[in-house]
Design a protein around this ligand. Structure first.
Ligand code: SIN
Length: 344
């Protein structure tokens, strides 16, 4: 019989789940990341924690960071990645629950799932209402995340919110206010948490994962060593009336700015790009900037993306920019990791 390790680390990075408002009736005007994750854990009912103990599980907690996730970036990712690697290598640790702001949780989840090759669960969770709200959603989400962390079928990085378990590959925040703010779109949810039980639809590893030749080890080394700056990759959107002026401006060298290394263009529909923007992208490519394309549509991905992704800007631009089957901000991370893997 497999004996599961007994320790679950609850690690905090901030967000609304650790947010505090001046008035309990205020669900919007609060300071994200003001409480320790230890304080958030304290809000869970005693009986719920006792049940964990009855299952032979004990928790310990640590604040890795306390930020509003709109400001998430390389420095916090370096800390999170380094700590996760230590925890996951510890035989006593069964799983990690990682709290995070909702605004960029999908980016951190994708980054971690791409870089960490782990079977141990890394269960991310969050909240739409601050901890001080009359009816906060954070405690329920945290309880659900602990249920997933304890579940023997849980694997790898996922996001738990509003009773739904999402794969890092698919999850996106799709609503700025309502409690059920996340969707896995076409991919569908991995599971639901019902009365503390996890009902699985998929195993995380069975999910259709986007794969790209990221040189993981150099990229991890780059991030954990907190080398900065990251290769500069920007996202631009194609739209009716686009001019491409923004692309030209991004390519201009500016004192104190890293030279632009890559552009992800979030195209219309199936990844189409306005002709004026396309011309600007060709000028950017001529300056050595790598260009990838994805779709600005919330659901789905570019169909017949075709071929492998160029990972270096070639001499002549392709007839069609290589397409990546990810939403724009995850595609941006994918390109940055690819460039990191080349540079080290
Ligand atoms: C944040 O992303 O840190 C603030 C918003 C939230 O968590 O809902």
């Amino acid at each position: 019989m497999q004996v599961l390790a007994s320790k679950i680390i609850v690690a905090g990075t901030g967000g609304t789940i650790a947010g505090r408002a001046a008035a309990s009736a205020d669900n919007i005007g609060y300071q994200a990341g003001s409480l320790s994750v230890g304080d958030v854990l304290q809000t869970l009912p005693r009986q719920a924690m006792d049940r964990l103990v009855e299952q032979g599980v004990y928790t310990s907690w640590e604040d890795v960071a306390q930020v509003d996730s709109k400001d998430m970036g390389p420095q916090v990712w370096a800390l999170v990645l380094a700590r996760l690697r230590q925890w996951l290598a510890d035989l006593e640790v069964r799983a990690v629950v990682l709290t995070h702001g909702t605004d960029t949780i999908e980016e951190t989840a994708w980054l971690l799932s791409t870089l960490l090759e782990t079977h141990k669960p890394v269960v991310m969770t969050c909240a739409m209402r601050p901890a001080t709200a009359w009816v906060p959603d954070g405690p329920q989400n945290l309880l659900d995340a602990l249920a997933v962390a304890c579940d023997p079928q849980a694997r790898g990085v996922c996001v738990v919110a509003s009773g739904v378990v999402h794969a890092a590959q698919w999850v996106q925040k799709v609503h700025p206010y309502q409690l059920d703010a996340f969707s896995s779109g076409d991919g569908g949810a991995l599971a639901r948490v019902e009365e503390g039980q996890v009902r699985w639809f998929w195993k995380n590893e069975e999910k259709d994962h986007f794969s790209i030749d990221i040189n993981r080890e150099p990229a991890i080394e780059f991030i954990v060593d907190n080398r900065s700056p990251w290769p500069r990759v920007e996202v631009v959107f194609s739209h009716a009336g686009a001019t491409g002026h923004g692309v030209d401006a991004l390519c201009e060298p500016r004192e104190g700015f890293e030279p632009l290394r890559g552009l992800v263009v979030a195209g219309t529909g199936n990844g189409t790009v306005h002709e004026a923007m396309d011309q600007a992208l060709r000028r950017a490519h001529g300056r050595g900037v790598l260009v990838w394309r994805c779709s600005r549509c919330v659901n789905g991905q570019v169909v017949h993306a075709g071929g492998s992704l160029d990972t270096r800007a070639k001499d002549s631009p392709p007839a069609l920019w290589p397409a990546v089957a990810l939403p724009p901000f995850k595609a941006r991370l994918a390109m940055a990791l690819t460039l990191m893997g080349q540079r080290v």
